[in-house]
Design a protein around this ligand. Structure first.
Ligand code: RUQ
Ligand code: CUA
Length: 865
């Protein structure tokens, strides 16, 4: 029997379930549990994670997407995936890497002039103020091609990529310092800083590790490489890092796993790398004063510049008392600083212990210059025992740590044991263990690495999923498992397969701290945040030609692209600037020209540049790729590429019968009449909205604004239609009248949505019984013939409880046994009128009672229907 169950007394559980059965009305829950083989525990876990439609979760998680070079966004506790953020890899849906503006960001990641189109993302980090997340910026490292990507949390888009010009790989990043002044990025596999060949035999002399401190501007959200610097370190293979905070602010911590400086050589008969680099019992935790180093780096005499990067040599750092080493258990992985900055916890992959270092002890040793020795590069070593608060045996393969809101409580992943262990780093004792599936790497707490951890959940980011999911072939999904940590012991709630791997680390933030916007200022280049050079407003659409360069200034708005025909010569270089003129939320248009490998996603207000060479002759449709309205398929145009060296003979034109003037007039009149009728519907909706005070509800105001936006376009079209009538071109006038109808439909579409939403806001609250009644009314088939507020294939039921004496009883009996009442004069009359008999829908008595409650609610709100 598992833990949740034992936690709850049978009595409590019994009562809880009894109540839920009672409200479910008919033992529904019990039936489902039986049918699906669910235990009470399953139901409790489901209830803890289920998010009803339209609901919002408490936390948002940003997870690395590993080798996909992307990031994932999902929310907790429901574990719903919300977005993939393209960072180092092209992503066609978002147009990332397929339009010029995002391509510029992607190409900032070129290394030595060459395109890199993927990344191995490991560690995301959220910007901090006083060690707490401020919800503004997100950064992530690429281990394979040492780079950092910067994402703006106003729109969840990548804005900047910086390349580390001296490292050849980088794992121990990204980590913000407590006020986001710097981002730490540590090297992993040591290599020469320059770009030249150096024989491996000179590993100790010419190969180097290091830590780059990227200068970050938290207002602007950009890294400034020219104000950044790198601390040279021995080739010890630096691994993870963390920035000090609170007590240890101003300092950085980075561990390592090859202080042996072994370089392998299987092919020449040497033992493999893994054997040689884990020979010593201890490796080194690097402790450095980045605040002091940052000041030193400003002076040219303290740095040497390699590939444009300012590098502080180890000797300078040592001479200025800014760099120290402390032995740590062999081949460690994670290093994590406690919320108050006083404890630094190191976990050794090959050691069963976690080592808890105490900052005040380390600081005292540094201040007293009490060194236990020096490493071969002259870096002072502090005594391990004297720096330690203590060690705890956690289990096999401890890797990473997260903190909770309870003082002293922390959580560590055990890779080999496939467990999460909960323990107390102050009292140095283990509190609980939970099995995970399988081989957990990182774990993610809610703001669990900030100065203000929120507790509640831990997510286990497992490396293997093995038997957890439907087999989809040898490459399995990754498994993120949600664990409830609010109780005394942990409880595994949920498995989420992730088809994007391998996610290393994830960071979670309280959702209320995020404030993304839903539209851009009209004509924004979203990658710079500034007005786009190709910004085009309605009426400014044009095609400009300069030699073989063709610039198209285009707009997109439901449901047309302007222009709709573009003719160019083969070999022309075509640049398209497209602006999405929409203001309405979620009205994204996509754009592509068939066969040209370009694609843009244009969010409301966005302008994007697309560029291609029209190097093949032919006719190429272009279209909107996002199903944006009922007329989405019609949102298209033609690119026609002519070969200037070819002679084209024109095709013989078919003789088609055209409409007579009378027929045209009739069609015109009909179109105008349809528009007038549609307008009447719109006006009635407008009246309803006004009568019911829609302006008091911001959500509705937004919808109404969108609707009027569409309606406002009609005037111009009407003028054009009238002009065409005057000029005697009825054919054209009909087309403009059709356009008017399109705008009306779009207006009505949003208007009716607004009306429905308003009804729910202004109507009296439904009792639970009435709610169930409405559901039963829909599911029981009543709504097939009866529409509230309208006569349809059956009578309107608004007022049904007024129509009969003893009406509730009458309605009740009629639903229960309609056949018995077919002879009743009123019923007979209805049967005659509708030519339909009310069928027996075999409702239960409870359902009927609920439906009558629903009718009462309808009656109370009769004016709204
Ligand atoms: S890693 S599973 Cu952070 Cu790249 Cu440890
Ligand atoms: Cu715009 Cu489809």
């Amino acid at each position: 029997m598992n833990k949740t169950f034992s936690k709850l007394s049978t009595l409590v559980l019994g009562t809880a379930l009894a109540t839920s059965f009672a409200t479910a009305g008919s033992g529904e829950l019990e039936k489902i549990m039986k049918k699906r083989g669910l235990s009470e525990n399953d139901i409790i876990r489901a209830a803890k994670t289920y998010l009803p439609t339209g609901g919002r979760d408490e936390f948002v998680v940003f997870s690395s997407g590993g080798q996909s070079g992307q990031m994932m966004v999902y929310s907790v506790p429901s574990m719903k995936i919300l977005k993939y953020i393209a960072v180092f890899t092209p992503e066609p849906w978002q147009g990332y890497g397929f339009d010029e503006d995002s391509l510029k960001v992607l190409r900032q990641g070129n290394i030595r002039g060459r395109e890199i189109n993927w990344g191995d993302t490991h560690h995301p980090a959220l910007s901090e103020v006083d060690g707490k997340y401020d919800g503004k910026w997100l950064v992530i490292n690429d281990k394979a091609n040492p780079r950092i990507g910067v994402i703006d949390l106003e729109d969840f888009e990548t804005k900047q990529i910086v390349v580390n010009p001296v490292f050849k790989s980088a794992h121990g990043g990204a980590f913000f310092t407590q006020n986001s002044d710097y981002i730490i990025e540590a090297c992993q596999y040591a290599a020469p800083f320059d770009n030249n060949y150096h024989p491996i035999e000179e590993y100790k002399e010419t190969y180097r590790g290091g830590v780059t401190m990227w200068k970050f501007d938290n207002k602007e959200g950009r890294i400034h490489p020219e104000k950044s610097f790198t601390l040279e370190l021995p080739p010890y293979m630096q691994d993870l890092s963390d920035a000090g905070k609170g007590a240890s602010d101003g300092w950085g911590f980075t561990n390592s796993f090859n202080t042996e400086m072994y370089t392998g050589g299987i092919e020449v008969g040497m033992p493999p790398f893994e054997a040689g680099c884990s020979r010593f019992d201890t490796d080194f935790l690097h402790v450095y004063n980045w605040e002091k180093l940052a000041k030193l780096a400003k002076d040219d005499k303290n740095v040497k510049v390699v590939n444009g990067m300012r590098i502080i040599p180890m000797s300078v750092a040592v001479a200025n008392n800014a760099l120290f080493l402390i032995p740590e258990p062999k081949s460690p992985h994670g290093v994590d600083v406690s919320p108050d900055g006083e404890y630094i916890v190191v976990c050794g992959k090959l050691d069963t212990h976690a080592s808890v270092y105490k900052w005040s002890k380390i600081k005292a040793l540094i201040d007293a210059k009490a060194y236990a020795g020096k490493d071969p590069y002259g870096i002072p070593i502090l005594d391990m025992k004297k720096s330690l608060h203590g060690q705890v045996e956690l289990g096999l393969g401890p890797l990473h740590n997260q903190f909770s809101n309870v003082k002293g409580e922390m959580y560590t992943s055990l890779y080999v044991d496939s467990q999460i262990v909960k323990w107390n780093y102050l009292e140095l004792k283990v509190l609980d263990k939970e099995n995970v599936h399988y081989n957990v790497g990182h774990l993610c707490g809610m703001e669990g690495k900030s100065a203000d951890p929120q507790g509640k959940y831990i997510i286990s980011l497992n490396k293997l999923a093995i038997d957890r999911f439907q087999n989809v072939g040898p490459l399995h999904p990754q498994n993120h498992q949600l664990i409830d940590i609010s109780g005394k012991t942990m409880d595994l709630l949920y498995d989420m397969p992730i088809p994007l791997g391998e996610p290393h680390q994830a960071v979670a933030i309280r959702a209320s701290k995020l404030h993304p916007h839903v539209r851009y200022k009209m004509g924004t280049n979203t990658k710079t945040g500034k007005p786009h050079i190709g910004k085009t407003l309605a009426g400014q659409e044009r095609i400009e030609r300069d030699g073989n360069k063709v610039a198209v200034y285009a707009t997109m708005v439901r449901s047309h692209i302007n222009p709709e025909r573009i003719t160019v010569n083969k070999g022309d270089i075509v640049t398209m600037y497209i602006t999405n003129l929409e203001r309405a939320e979620d009205e994204t248009h996509g754009f592509t020209v068939d066969n040209f490998d370009i694609h843009a996603s244009l969010e409301p207000g966005e302008t994007t540049e697309l560029k291609f060479t029209a190097d093949i002759e032919g006719v190429f449709p272009y279209y909107c790729t996002e199903f944006c309205s009922a007329l989405h398929l019609e949102m298209m145009g033609y690119l026609m590429v002519k070969d200037p060296n070819k002679k084209y003979t024109s095709a013989q034109k078919l003789k088609m019968k055209s409409m007579s003037p009378e027929e045209l007039k009739a069609e015109y009149d009909k179109t105008v009449a349809v528009n007038a009728a549609t307008d009447e519907v719109i006006q009635s909706v407008v009246k309803f909205l006004k009568d019911n005070g829609y302006e008091k509800h911001p959500v509705i105001v937004d919808l109404v604004t969108d609707a009027l936006d569409q309606y406002g376009q009609i005037k111009e079209q009407k003028a054009k239609s009238d002009e065409a009538v005057k000029a005697g071109d009825l054919e054209k006038a009909i087309l403009f009248e059709n356009m008017i109808w399109q705008y009306m439909v779009k207006t009505a579409d949003v208007g009716i949505r607004a009306k429905d939403a308003l009804v729910r806001l202004v109507a009296t609250k439904q009792s639970t019984s009435a709610q169930r009644g409405e559901k039963a009314f829909g599911e029981g088939g009543c709504s097939g013939c009866h529409v509230i507020g309208k006569v349809s294939s059956g009578p309107d039921l608004t007022g049904v409880l007024q129509r009969h004496e003893n009406a509730e009883k009458w309605v009740n009996n009629f639903i229960m046994n309609p056949e018995k009442m077919y002879k009743d004069p009123y019923v007979a009359g209805m049967i005659n009128y509708f030519n339909l008999k009310m069928p027996n829908q075999h409702m239960t008595q409870e359902e009927i009672t609920d439906i009558i409650e629903y009718f009462k609610w309808v009656e109370e709100n009769a004016n709204l229907f």
